[in-house]
Design a binder for this molecule. Structure first.
Ligand code: IPE
Ligand code: IPE
Ligand code: MG
Length: 234
């Protein structure tokens, strides 16, 4: 029997730069194409019955890129998330963000807060956008929150378990069932380390701007045909 639709899907949206370079375009054209693709593919995935979709939009490490590329991406997030408020609400998608604040601009953080607030009652699915995000940083930040609560006598050490730890992550989401990485790279690149503990991994050589409905269906088919035991017998 096939596995059911995964509850939580993660996507490392990689290959925007190469997609553009191969077409003789500048890297920023690839980021724009990736952003346009995200809107379509995310809706398709959530309306297919996936309840949570976490996407890697910008890593803490991505600040090492050229100023020109970082500026382009930050502007893309500002204009995109700023003008897309109705798009997400009309499609009943609740948007949440995961990541550290610093060194994001006040302007971008305000736009992110407004989008979260504007979509907070949407019910079709949750889109978790990981922006200025690092998986190790998330575990460190969660540990700090816990340490403070314990210090203030608001939490008992005995109540910290593998399950309750999720509550202290940037967003309290269930574990990831299926992780997809586009563009042929076969690594995790510091994405959602805690939540990925038992995820099924699917790597596709398609660059993210070409990751359409058919591409997702192929990944889903792969997932649904796997023998998922999670420690029990095959
Ligand atoms: C992913 O595409 C988008 C971000 C990391 C922001 P890349 O920009 O990493 O594209 P490649 O891997 O260089 O082709
Ligand atoms: C991971 O892609 C981050 C995002 C997709 C936002 P990168 O392209 O930055 O990762 P590495 O450098 O190849 O590991
Ligand atoms: Mg890359």
């Amino acid at each position: 029997m096939k596995n059911s639709i995964p509850t939580h899907v993660g996507i490392i949206m990689d290959g925007n730069g190469r997609w553009a370079t191969r077409r003789g375009l500048v890297r920023s054209a690839g980021h724009q194409a990736g952003y346009d693709r995200l809107k379509k593919t995310a809706l398709y995935i959530l309306h297919k019955g996936v309840k949570y979709l976490s996407i890697f939009a910008f890593s803490t490490e991505n600040f090492k890129r050229s100023k020109e590329e970082v500026d382009f991406l930050m502007n893309l997030f500002c204009t995109g998330f700023g003008k897309e408020k109705d798009f997400f609400r009309e499609n009943d998608v609740k948007v949440v963000f995961s990541g550290r604040d610093k060194p994001l601009s006040k302007k971008l953080m305000k736009i992110m807060d407004e989008l979260e607030d504007y979509t907070k009652d949407c019910k079709a699915g949750i889109l978790n956008i990981c922006l200025n995000y690092g998986g190790q940083a998330e575990i460190v930040d969660a540990s700090k929150k816990i340490a403070l609560l314990v210090k203030e006598d608001k939490l008992n050490i005995e109540d910290i378990t593998e399950e309750t730890f999720y509550k202290y992550l940037y967003n309290d989401l269930p574990p990831i069932d299926l992780l997809i990485r586009t563009s042929g790279e076969i690594r995790i690149s510091n994405f959602m380390l805690y939540s990925l503990s038992y995820a099924e991994l699917v790597f596709t050589s398609t660059c993210f701007p070409d990751f359409d409905e058919k591409e997702f269906d192929a990944c889903l088919e792969d997932y649904q045909n796997r023998n998922i035991t999670k420690g029990s017998v095959k």
